[in-house]
Design a protein around this ligand. Structure first.
Ligand SMILES: *Cc1c(COP(=O)(O)O)cnc(C)c1O
Length: 487
């Protein structure tokens, strides 16, 4: 290879050396390592084969149509869909969720680009992508509280939240924050009764739950489920950029499309949010799915089932911690056991686990619309690679808890506590704060010591998130991330 190319790739490798490890089971969120080296190699080669293809037009690039069709068929069979179930491959869970909401909105009004106000209803544990969808599509998000102990919404709560203008109800299989499997059949009974669309978000569970073992029906086997999202770039082990969205009924599905001939350029027909469309991740996902087949997925899921069962047992045996609810699938959330004589703060625990070489994910406590509070938790996403480090991981979870047991939770950065007081005293309103110039927001971050230079103390940052009005903490985190790119 030419020297110039070698230098460029050397720089890329040097940059990558600063990243969290994507393989080996030490990062328990973001990455889904199958632990099968051959699968990664196959995926990379498949992506390379199609790297210059434009999936925008499958009549010019028929391979794109075949790959998408075969992935949709695989998922449809897996999720007990009949011939009326159709769908697409999207770039990820967020896009699948947004399209599900878009399709439901326009199917409900019978027109494309409906500007009529409407609402969507979902348990508070539904992925934030549905808040984003409501925001982008001009719909109101109606949030249903869940039981703080089980993490589950009551079907009554969902029924009460549904309004005349509700275009879609969403539930999760399972939810990302707590791994809870929502009562899909009960909710479906409510939505079918009222003729409302019902989306099951299986973004995380879609390619694991079918092989998990005994679970209540959650897919198209349940009449009333009108769409399902499932991410190929999670437990489909594909590189980022691949998810499927399946829809029951062609007429409903077509509302998700955008088409126009009303401009001087080529006729535009887009099934997803994008125009020109890479099919690299889709081709990688297709190669993986074809290679693994149901038997391969069953084996990898079996490995994750063993790891998850062992981790749940290990956490339950740690005094001061508890597992939230009954996790369905290879993920779990851990909270402090408030009844223990010496509770373990889950975020101090996370920091102590990080010092032992494992990265877990911090989730803030949250007050629900009914006034109850969901606890702060620490999230673990289990993958087939977890098995490789399991003994070491369990030892780290236990000794980290011993290190921080009984300690008071981390304080938020002093500057954030001061800021929170301004809101408490009515000196500043959240609306005023979020419309401050970026420079002022950045100054507040600097004062709080949250700038991305040096180690971030997640326990302390999350304590700040919990203390501030949520709109304000979101604005501050936007500033934080924007500055990462503006460096
Ligand atoms: C990950 C996830 C999403 C969003 O998916 P992205 O691929 O991150 O955009 C939506 N719903 C659930 C349940 C998820 O776990």
């Amino acid at each position: 290879m030419k020297t110039r190319s070698k230098e460029i790739l050397a720089r890329l490798r040097a940059l990558r050396a600063g990243d969290a490890p994507t393989h080996g089971g030490r990062v328990l969120s973001y990455v889904y390592d199958s632990g099968v080296a051959e699968l990664d190699e196959l995926a990379a080669q498949a992506a390379r084969e199609v790297h210059a293809v434009n999936g925008l037009d499958p009549t010019v690039f028929p391979s794109a149509g075949v790959i998408e069709s075969e992935l949709v068929q695989f998922a449809r069979t897996l999720f007990h869909g009949d011939g009326s179930v159709v769908g697409n491959v999207t770039t990820g869970g967020t896009e699948s969720c947004i399209l599900a909401v878009l399709g439901a909105r326009d199917a409900a009004s019978g027109t494309a680009g409906s500007s009529k106000a409407g609402s969507i209803v979902f348990p508070i544990t539904a992925h934030a992508a549905f808040r984003k969808a409501a925001h982008l599509l001009g719909l109101e998000a109606i949030v249903v509280p869940v039981d703080p102990v089980s993490g589950l919404p009551s079907p009554h709560g969902v029924a009460d939240a549904v309004r005349d203008d509700t275009v879609l109800v969403v539930a999760s299989a399972p939810s990302y924050p707590f791994a809870t499997l929502d009562p899909i059949a009960d909710i479906a009974a409510i939505t079918s009764d009222r003729g409302i669309a019902f989306h099951v978000d299986a973004c995380i569970g879609g390619f694991a739950l079918p092989w998990w073992g005994e679970l209540p029906a959650w897919d198209f086997a349940v009449p009333g489920v009108t769409s399902i999202s499932a991410d190929l770039h999670k437990y489909g082990y594909a590189p980022k950029g691949a998810s499927v969205l399946l829809v029951r009924g062609r007429d409903r599905h077509r509302h998700q499309y955008f088409g126009t001939t009303d401009w001087p350029g080529y006729p535009v027909v887009n099934p997803t949010l994008l125009g020109s469309r890479s099919i690299t991740s889709m081709a990688a996902a297709w190669a993986i799915v074809t290679y693994l087949g149901e038997a391969g997925f069953a084996e990898l899921t079996g490995r994750m089932h063993d790891s998850t069962t062992a981790l749940i047992a290990a956490v339950r045996a740690i005094p001061g911690l508890r597992v939230v609810g009954a996790p369905a699938g290879p993920l779990l959330a851990v909270a402090a056991d408030a009844d223990a004589p010496e509770p373990v703060d889950p975020h101090l625990w996370l920091n102590a686990v990080a010092r032992r070489g494992f990265s877990l994910q911090a989730q803030p406590s949250l007050q629900q619309p009914d006034g109850t509070t969901l606890p702060r938790t620490t999230h673990l996403t289990v993958t087939p690679a977890t098995a490789v480090v399991q003994g070491e991981l369990v030892a780290a979870l236990v000794s980290a808890a011993d290190e921080v047991r009984g300690l008071a939770p981390a304080e938020p950065p002093a500057a954030l506590a001061e800021l929170a007081r301004l809101f408490g005293d009515g000196v500043l309103t959240p609306e005023q704060a979020v419309s401050l110039p970026s420079e002022d927001i950045y100054s507040a971050l600097q004062a709080a010591g949250v700038t991305g230079d040096g180690e971030l103390d997640m326990a302390s940052i999350l304590a700040g998130v919990e203390l501030l009005p949520r709109d304000v903490s979101a604005r501050m985190l936007i500033e934080f991330l924007a500055r990462v790119i503006e460096k």
